[in-house]
Design a binder for this molecule. Structure first.
Ligand SMILES: Cc1ncc(COP(=O)(O)O)c(C=O)c1O
Length: 385
């Protein structure tokens, strides 16, 4: 059978239900289409309840959420921030917006996340710690923070990262853009460190078209982030501003979609997890490939399903799936290889390099039909048999 008759299967597409349309229509019908209106506050309230924090602040994107968090954590010009080279570029850019310098640390195969051992190794080999300040001997700069990124819907090993951070007095901000609904030892990814951020970009499990959220148990931090997200306006009437602010506040229309999406988040995650289980059984019999599967301490939200394949076959495999009208893609190019970041300090990145050489993301949308799942399984199995 040729694949031409098939519909294209993308990696991750949204599910837009009845309430998304109803709530957006409410915004349109009442003229509240910008950042005022009832939905941003409601979305923040419901989101905080879902991830079990006191409060949340809704913004325009996951990148904006990270940028504000870093500023509110006191990260600025000349500081260094440890984060993985293996991630979508957004957190690296957010660090850079503040004037701080990314310090690239290796990832681990166990979670795809930042390796706690690699952080420790970098510090031991390159840094001096006087009991309060961690100094990078190679650059003469202070390392102030760690940004673990929870990739593909899985959680980093947060206990170990938090322990190291506490030992060296480093602030931790979790980037949970890809990991809404992922649990680490029963706690939501993004809620374990001082602050965490989420993305609601169109390809995320929960989408508002574009959008982001900051969560924290620290009221002052969130209040500051909220203030900065509305141009730091301190007087509504006379338009007084007490800091350099940003136009980062989430719109009513975006939040309306978010409220409706949140109503079905656990259903969407359950479907993604059941798709993953079907893949797991099918791919166990396929030679040469390994499907990443959650560890005992984590409930993965399986944003994408992630295969490891022999590096020599990776590109042909992706092309082959395209012939079946199935989207697949490699990991992102490692960030220390981009021209604007190639001068940044870094540790050994051998695990990140290995992961990139063999990683392929395949579709895992909650909206996939059983026929879609069968087609992905047939295509993957036929390439490797
Ligand atoms: C790991 C990671 N961090 C941050 C972001 C940024 O989110 P946004 O696109 O909403 O700015 C994304 C994705 O989009 C991401 O994958």
């Amino acid at each position: 059978m040729t694949s031409n008759a098939y519909e294209y299967i993308p990696l991750s597409v949204p599910i837009i239900g009845v309430n998304e349309k109803k709530y957006v229509n409410e915004c349109l019908d009442t003229n509240w289409i910008s950042s005022a209106g009832r939905f941003p506050g409601l979305f923040e309230h419901n989101f905080a309840e879902y991830v079990k924090t006191q409060e949340a602040v809704a913004v325009q994107s996951g990148t904006a959420a990270l940028h504000l968090c870093l500023i509110c954590a006191g990260i600025g010009h000349g500081d260094e921030v440890m984060l993985p080279s293996l991630t979508f570029i957004a957190p690296v850019n957010a660090v850079s917006y503040t004037g701080a310098i990314p310090l690239f640390i290796d990832s681990e195969e166990e979670s795809f996340g930042l390796s706690p051992e690699a952080i420790e190794e970098y510090v031991k080999e390159n840094c001096d710690f006087d009991g309060s300040i961690l100094l990078n001997r190679n650059t003469g700069r202070r390392i102030k923070a760690i940004v673990p990124v929870h990739l593909m819907g899985h959680s980093c090993r947060m206990d170990e990262i938090m322990e190291t951070a506490s030992k060296y007095k480093l602030t931790v901000i979790e980037d949970a853009a890809e990991a809404i609904g992922a649990l680490y030892k029963g706690r939501q990814a993004g809620t374990i460190a001082m602050a965490g951020t989420f993305s609601f970009n169109g390809n995320k499990t929960l989408t508002t078209g574009g959008g982001g959220m900051i969560v924290s148990q620290n009221h002052e931090l969130l209040a500051r982030a909220r203030h900065l997200s509305t141009q730091a306006k301190s007087d509504e009437f006379f338009y007084e501003h007490d800091a350099t602010g940003y136009n980062y506040r989430m719109l009513n229309i975006q939040a309306a979609i978010g409220v409706a999406q949140l109503e079905q988040i656990e259903k969407m995650i359950a479907r993604k997890r059941s798709i993953h289980l079907i893949y797991q059984e099918a791919f166990a019999k396929v030679p040469d490939i390994t499907l990443f599967t959650e560890k005992s301490y984590c409930r993965s939200a399986y944003w994408f399903a992630q295969l490891s394949v022999p590096p020599s076959k990776r590109n042909d495999f992706i092309q082959y799936l395209a012939g079946w009208k199935i989207q697949a893609r490699p990991f992102w190019k490692l960030n220390h290889l981009h021209p604007m970041y190639e001068q940044c300090p870094k540790g050994s990145l051998t695990h990140a390099e290995k992961l990139v050489s063999e990683g392929v993301s395949i579709p895992c949308s909650a909206s996939m039909s059983n026929d879609d799942i069968k087609r992905v399984i047939s295509a993957v199995s036929s390439f490797f048999s």
